[in-house]
Design a protein around this ligand. Sequence first.
Ligand SMILES: [Zn+2]
Length: 218
Amino acid sequence: MSRAFACAALVALGIVSSAGRVSTQGPTQLVRSADARTAPAILTTHPWLQARLNGIARRSGLWREAVGNVARTGRRAIVITSDEVVVAESTFGPAVGAFDDAVLAEIAPVPHHDTRVDVVLVVVNLPLIERIQRRTSALPAEVEGDLDRILVHEVYGHALPYLLAGDLSGRCADPLPGQQAHEACAIQRENAVRAELGLNRRTDYGLHDLTLIRRSWQ
Ligand SMILES: [Zn+2]
């Protein structure tokens, strides 16, 4: 899933303007304190997400190559959980809820100077994933497999192309209406890394590809 948050939402989050308060707690400070020469290209404060990101990097050469190329640019993907997104007060009226609580994950390039992109936010709805896990009694390995699928799609499929390009021209899209899933940029990238990870190939855009979702329907 990908949805470039509307600029107004980013402003409401305090990401692109000083109009609001800081939107994210830990990760924002991570970015401020990170040495551009040494900080990793993918930042997260969440140990579970960090462990999954480390595991993907160990097993995927494509992932490591792309992340290494982004690291040299000083650009960053910041992976946060949905409960780390704090909607800030805005001078534009009531705060805008920028993350749909029913969505498993989304990305948001943070443009500045109109089109330049140095940071992409990746929001993973871990509270929702954990609720589904509890309800379905999914095994830890099943949840981890789904987390890997989600991270590969959002980070490798969507976030890294923006960061490699350094501007909004790096958009790698989900299937357009009428387009086969395997023809879409983000799914093609996702499947290349899935093959290295030994995960099943994604053949459609539906969520039944995820074990947690299939279990929740049973
Ligand atoms: Zn997507």
